[in-house]
Design a protein around this ligand. Structure first.
Ligand code: PMT
Length: 416
């Protein structure tokens, strides 16, 4: 399933002839780097590998030569390698320089502009973006010196992929693990969609809301937030500045996304309205309660009567109110339907005056609420696109691609 979906996603952007120079510095995570080469090549990238002396202690250059299909660059002053492709030429050849793993020592070297081996010299000589996937012991990641080096590199525009959190080769647990090769290759591929929303602000709502009855009880629904978080993540990958207004969830905020946490539909409404004015695109993926209890009991409701009636009142429709604003952003709704998806979704598209709606069938196992995968039918006035079952992040990337295209189309029509 995963391979099929990866292929669908890769078709969005032609990665053929895109050139990655993969730098390997000397850490135990280097044993995973041949898999990064393999996965990047599967996506159509051309990959060349440059290794530090320490990296060669962990994995042999021969392994990388076998998986990349190219000779591996290890020495700055190697006359035969220089004759084949000199270090300046190699620095110019790369569209992206990816260092994975990037050790604490290597980050320090990059931050201070030290050029005492081939890879560090390439990093100084290249004008292409540099992306690093750090890998080190959690204390080293947390050390003040490393934090300062990371800040310097980020300020210079170096992109950090991870590190991840979890068990480490040294036996400790915490942040500092190199991201998995599949994630690194997906994130590198996603960078090539980067310009799609560059310079735009996108607001996304996600998750369920909780409508309190008393201090301990609430009415809610089964939304986990996964779909909305994936949309926020994909929008950030596409270069947008993203504000995610989220109902309660255990999910971590995606990298580079500003999260505003809320509980109730009223809080979500207020958080959206306070900030949406600056956004060019609004995407409502949250499952906002349509009704909330009319009364809130300050004390826990006691079990006494056999029957109990709770009066509910309609909440404000955030999506419809955003779409109705003067200078409304490009407004994308979601529709959760159990039947007749197209009719109900198109009805919401029209009644709420939306630019686009992404409808999903809910109440079936394996997609919709709570699951890791989903399928979407995307409708807009005069068009539609089916996005078949896929992991939510893959689906979100495709959705963001459609949103970006339609947004540009609407914008250029308005300006002509
Ligand atoms: O979070 P997950 O577990 O990953 O599940 C994803 C999802 C199924 C929740 C998601 O894909 C989805 O369908 N979200 C919208 C759910 C929903 O509330 O659908 P609706 O058809 O009832 O609402 C239509 C639209 O109006 C939605 O964009 C909703 O955000 C918006 N709305 C609804 C009510 C309200 N008071 N304010 C709103 O903005």
């Amino acid at each position: 399933m995963r391979a099929r979906v990866d292929r669908i996603y890769c078709n969005m952007t032609d990665l053929t002839n895109k050139r990655i120079l993969l730098g390997i510095s000397g850490g135990i995570a280097a044993y995973k780097s041949p898999d990064i080469v393999r996965r990047l090549r599967e996506r159509g990238f051309e990959v060349r590998v440059a290794m530090t002396r320490a990296a060669c202690e962990f994995v042999t250059p021969l392994t990388f030569q076998a998986v990349s299909g190219k000779s591996v660059h290890t020495h700055l002053l190697d006359a035969s390698a220089e004759a084949a492709m000199g270090h300046i030429e190699l620095a110019r050849w790369a569209d992206t320089v990816l260092i994975a793993p990037a050790t604490a020592d290597y980050l320090a070297k990059l931050a201070h502009g030290i050029a005492d081996d081939l890879l560090s010299t390439l990093c100084l000589a290249t004008t292409s973006p540099i992306v690093v996937a750090p890998a080190m012991n959690r204390q080293m990641w947390d050390a003040e010196a490393t934090r300062e080096n990371v800040a310097v590199l980020k300020a210079r525009g170096v992109t950090f992929l991870g590190p991840g959190d979890g068990s480490q080769a040294c036996g400790e647990v915490g942040p500092g693990r190199m991201l998995e090769p599949a994630d690194i290759s997906a994130l590198i591929a996603a960078r090539y969609n980067c310009d799609k929303l560059r310079g735009l602000k996108v607001m996304v709502t996600a998750g369920a809301t909780r409508e309190a009855l008393d201090p301990v009880r609430f009415i809610s629904n089964q939304s986990s937030g996964k779909m909305g978080y994936a949309v926020a993540n994909a929008a950030a990958e596409a270069g947008a500045r993203v504000i995610l207004v989220s109902g309660p969830t255990s999910l971590e905020a995606p990298l580079g996304v500003d999260r505003v946490c809320v509980n109730s539909a009223q809080e979500m409404f207020a958080a959206v309205m306070q900030r949406v004015g600056e956004s060019q695109i609004f995407i409502g993926a949250a499952a906002v309660s349509d009704y909330a209890p009319k009364e809130y009991a300050e004390q826990k409701l006691k079990k006494s009567k056999d029957r109990m009636t709770i009066e509910l009142v309609k909440t404000r429709d955030i999506l419809a109110e955003v779409a109705a604003m003067d200078h409304a952003p490009f407004t994308v709704g979601f529709a959760a339907e159990t039947d007749d998806v197209e009719t109900y979704a198109r009805d919401k598209l029209r009644k709420k005056s939306l630019d686009m709606i992404a409808a999903n069938l809910v109440g079936v196992p394996g997609s919709g609420f709570g699951s890791d995968e989903n399928a979407l039918s995307v409708y807009w006035s005069g068009g539609a696109e089916e996005l078949e079952l896929a992991p939510k992040l893959h689906l979100a990337r495709r959705l963001i691609g459609i949103v970006a295209d339609r947004y540009r189309e609407k914008h250029s029509a308005q300006n002509s």
